[in-house]
Design a protein around this ligand. Structure first.
Ligand code: AMP
Ligand code: FE
Ligand code: FE
Ligand code: ZN
Length: 276
């Protein structure tokens, strides 16, 4: 029987709202047998839930989503099937989480100066010790009634160039490649339709050594799925897919909407099994 996968999920260890346990339970309900919890800059969910997933027959792939700088834009790259115990990955992601934390505080300060009375303590609470991000600041703004939704917070205040926006530290592509390949993992370009000049950028990143493209994602329309699948295939690369579920934080990207047959993500599974 074919098994199905969702390789793009978030929890409260980054900017999702679900617990890892809830994600595993929901995966089962939606007939998903293989999942990757790809929290931003954080692998904590893997360690938290591995035994629980094993007991339920859910294959859990070590994963994280890295924000990379490329031509001045933010490109998200999913890392899979690396050695979850790798010390360089642990130290590097911890450093990125620390920078996210000070950057979150910097955004609160800037918003305070603009008259939005949210507190760093509340944003901290919403982040719950995980990788802090703009969605946590956005939720604090919604709670205080300054905006009607997280989306509105991004549109008005937190998007690039908006008054509350503060840059965050990002990986260089070669740094991400060295870190993840050095720990026997693979990399896939997340939600490729998001990027300006997406076709050229995807080709350049694959040629630079990225291993795959996430063609099955709620924000990737059918015509792009075909385009990126072909670009990957002609280069001997693979495709991946996932829902990008963030729980209540986002409503379009929801677990169950993307179910990728395991044959498609065989290269990721092989890499994980090679790792033992
Ligand atoms: P950050 O990591 O702090 O730069 O924040 C980026 C995160 O914010 C992404 O991973 C998305 O999950 C989320 N995000 C980006 N744009 C929006 C939006 N318009 N509405 C809700 N969440 C968003
Ligand atoms: Fe996110
Ligand atoms: Fe992303
Ligand atoms: Zn994501």
């Amino acid at each position: 029987m074919t098994r199905y996968a969702d390789l793009h999920l978030h929890t409260y260890h980054s900017d999702g709202t679900r617990s890892p346990r809830e994600v595993v339970d929901l995966a089962r309900e939606h007939g998903l047998d293989i999942i990757a919890i790809s929290d931003h800059d954080n692998v904590a969910a893997y360690f938290e839930i591995k035994p629980y997933a094993d007991e339920r027959g859910v294959t859990l792939i070590p994963a994280t989503e890295l924000s990379c700088a490329y031509e001045g834009i933010d490109i998200h790259i999913l890392a899979y099937a690396f050695d979850a115990f790798d010390e360089r990955i642990d130290a590097t992601l911890r450093r990125f989480r620390e920078v996210r934390h000070s950057r979150g505080y910097a955004m609160v300060e800037r918003l305070n100066e603009l008259g939005y009375a949210i507190t760093a303590a509340r944003v901290d609470e919403l982040a719950g010790g995980g990788a802090m991000g703009r969605p946590h600041v956005a939720r604090a703004l919604v709670e205080r009634g300054y905006v009607a939704s997280v989306n509105e917070a991004f549109d008005k205040l937190l998007g690039p160039g908006k008054p509350g926006y503060v840059e965050k530290a990002r990986f260089q592509i070669d740094e991400a490649l060295a870190l993840i390949h050095g720990a026997h993992g693979v990399l896939s370009i997340a939600h490729p339709s998001h990027y300006p000049n997406k076709e050229r950028v995807v080709v350049e990143l694959l040629d630079a050594g990225i291993d795959g493209v996430e063609v099955h994602h709620p924000d990737v329309p059918n015509e792009d799925r075909e385009l990126f699948s072909n670009l990957a295939r002609f280069r001997g690369k693979f495709v991946t897919g996932g829902s990008d579920d963030h729980g209540a934080a986002k409503t379009i990207e929801t677990i169950g909407t993307i179910r990728v047959p395991e044959t498609l993500i065989e290269p990721v599974l092989r890499r994980m099994n090679a790792e033992g």
